[in-house]
Ligand binder design. Sequence first.
Ligand code: BG6
Length: 467
Amino acid sequence: EHLDPHVIVLFGATGDLSRRKLLPGLTYLALSSLAPEVQIVATSLEDLDDDAFRAFAFQAVSEFSTRPLNKEQWDAFACKLRYVPQSAGPEALAKAVAEAEGELGEGVRRLHYLSVPPRAALAVVTMLRDAGLVERSRVIMEKPFGTDLESAIKLNDQVHGVFQERQIFRIDHFLGKEAAQNILAFRFANGLFEPIWNRNFIDHVQIDIPEVLGLDRRAGFYEATGAYKDMVVTHLFQVMAFVAMEPPTALEPRAISEEKNKVFRSLLPIEPRHVVRGQYLGYRGEEGVNPESDTETFIALRARIDNWRWAGVPFYLRTGKRMAEGQRIISIAFKEAPKSMFPAGSGVGTQGPDHLTFDLADETKVSLSFYGKRPGPGMRLDKLSMQFSTHDTGHAGDVLEAYERLILDAMRGDHTLFTTAEGIESLWERSMPLLEDPPPVKPYTPGSWGPNAIHQLIAPHAWRLPF
Ligand code: BG6
């Protein structure tokens, strides 16, 4: 596949996301044969020069790249990097981009990566317009896309004043994870599962993404965002849409967005009484956090998708910082057998329903748990499990990190794994009851599974984690 050479303009280049994911990912792509020839113009609010930025990037890549680089490779990447402070204004940016284009020859495209908070996104878009960097360009926008319905509509309108929707790639890196895409393969490439993928056979669904990680260096961003906007309205709902959507007419962007958007439209508004907001003890004392902060670092909620397939099937979502374990699972609980012929004490039903579990960890796993007979006399039952892992495929080395996959897709102009303005707006709309009247945060101990109220929320079911 031929791809035009690209100048990648990275806004927020010294931020946390850039350090952890974007610079390591760009390094990999730039040195691999997957991506076209690239040059990178980095920019941020910090006043650095090319050398200082290269040193920053070197640090980031050494610390966070999952694939070690040798000096030769680093040098080959470093010479593709330029830095221009955002304060230097649109002309300076345009000049740096023109220089970078000069290194690449004919037919160069531009990819602007906006790794900036929602309140800064518009200023960047305006700057791109003023710098004349709209033609031959695509723009990747980072979540959260706005902070509520009104700001999302406004942001979409204003961005549409400069870029056309087909130029815009709203990134949700969870959709770039192998395991998320595997949900589509699993559901729609097989005849086996789809017939039971509905309210007649499925009891409930859990999407559970606890993190051990705390704020790290992101207090400023996190205080203004919180777990709901940082994770739920983006990643968890996006993944939920892959689980819940109807089969699309084709595996192409429009068809997939249509089906996802239908799920969002069927989502019932998120009611505060079905939400547990939590804040870990000690959060208010952290640097950069308001001592009276009401920002949630944890959230669990019950969502309902009110359509023919899912009516009556609760979707339980949970995520938070400083929790007991880092996990990313989607767990589908099937209804129990209608009648048990097994003797009391045989163990049937004591270990919960049968589950299909997608593990969105870097080593993707799918497992199915069910009752089977324990070897030996009599009839004793145990939970058994069948498991598949990417490591078993022999292709584990081909896995791209989510950001790598999605940046590459944006360079190819492929919107399949990106989200639309309409989808984002419906999600904010469904979120408004919660945003307007959030229940007070409940404290939880760092290293736990969240406030106690999570058990009432899910009763009579139980959280699958910890395994
Ligand atoms: C990001 C959130 O989008 O996703 C972070 O802003 C979170 O708060 C991260 O830690 C989790 O992503 P991953 O890929 O590490 O599970």
